[in-house]
Design a protein around this ligand. Sequence first.
Ligand SMILES: [Zn+2]
Length: 569
Amino acid sequence: MLYRTILPSLLILTFACAAQTPDVIYYNGRIVTMSGSQPQAQAVSIKGNHFLLVGSDAEIRKTAGAATRQVDLRGRTVLPGLEDSHTHPITSALSEQDGPIPVMNSIAEIQAHIRKLAEITPADRLIFVPKIYSTRLVDRRYPSRYEIDQAAPGRLAMTDNGYASVLNSTVLKKLNITRDTPQPADGKIIKDAKGEPTGLILGAPKLLASARQSRQATYEDRIRGLKKMQKSYNAVGITSTIDRGQTAEGFRVYRELRDKNELTVRSYVTYMVDAKGTTQQLRDEIARIPWVTGFGDEWFRVGSLKTVADGGILIGTAFLREPYGMNTKIYGYDDPDYRGVLAVPRENLIEMAKQANKLGWQMTAHTTGGGAIDALLDAYEATDRERSIRDRRFTVTHGNFPNAQAIARAKKLGVVFDCQPSWHHFDGPALKDVFGPARTAHFLPFRSMLDAGIVVAGGSDHMIRFDSRKAINPYNPFFGMWMAITRKTADGATLHPEQGVTRLEALRMWTLNGAYLSFEEKVKGSIEPGKLADMVVISKDFLNCPVDEIKDIEALTTIVDGKVVFGGT
Ligand SMILES: [Zn+2]
């Protein structure tokens, strides 16, 4: 479908391009183009910031002029520049501004890290350990307040992941949270059999707001952070990304770097709205934003409007279709009827979809559980009845549990998905414990989604840490593609391998499908004449190497806009 519509214009471009002398020719390679008409090639030429011609060594090299630089790829594989459809580059960069955060797989390792922080943190300052998920700890539970007390007696210390926090006794005292504190409307204070708070608090953002911020980042921190993170993305072959949540200040950071020509990753930036107040407040908030989807250029473009409709499967706040069941202890509570949290009222999701549709915004919402996906699709259907959203690429972000019905509804509405395959690797083992094998069949069912004709883009949801494979979540695109293909979990098992995708489908998730989410599949996402010259030379033969080697592939040279931004030549 896509190729049928863009092929005529590409043919015209090919004739126009043929007469030009290339600046550079890359030859003697295995070029995986992702083009329907010419899937593989040996050579590609570039003029300025566009691909000029793609073909055999002989065809392309004969077009060289006296000033054309020629680069021998020595048989290496070249892919289109990769796109991560879900990152948080600024917060990720700031996460390690006070020093590296180690990988912590157990409560003992968290305690050891807190002990170290206690030595270097001023006595009156909070010791803050971010992104601790019980599902990713060997203990399969959160630490208790007492275990944190042990590591830093008398100090202010807490772990946090944005949805579930564990406060030690000193922080509980400072916030005046006791056995008598009433349950907050937006969360839950977990208490032990004697009624004492265990330290674990689910949700309750207002209660925790004053505790959370250890150091306020400045505008300059954000500028520095974004530049640094984009360089790290380039180092793994990423040339485009969708930033999945910015405020007005974040947009100013992108604008400044765009104006100075200092962006090295093309960025489609999502604007966050709260959507938890009244529908009138929501309308006012959206009306105040002075842009709309599509404003900008191929370096920095205004993306979709987003809200956060539920929690997460890592933390037991994903809003499900039916109760979690009997095995919720891992999340820190015991309640067989619990279904999770729909954080945004249904009428607000509908109002947001209507406003987005009316004003020209693309819309998305963080929806992890099946119940939340269904509520979002209800909202999309409601506005579609008034005015079609078929071509608007309204999006489901995360979409962990789309069942057959949700997939069919999404297809009918032209709804696209932004999914995170590597979650499956880290959370699969715990999810099996909570849900059992039958219910995990609907966890990221890529095969069913692609077979239904849904466009699924691959993303990481990178939130902290610079290291591409140790980050939460790993933003190494080869790790993500390997997971989408193999569905191997951290415990060495494979969870529903029948839902795996082919190598080319995985690559499409990280190239053309990402471009599709930002309405840019005609200008990037494949190596074709006339498209933006974004590509990556990699260390292994992506299409033919043993499948488990895919996760270890390294980027050797990354080219964005015709320029080398990482590696040699
Ligand atoms: Zn995210």
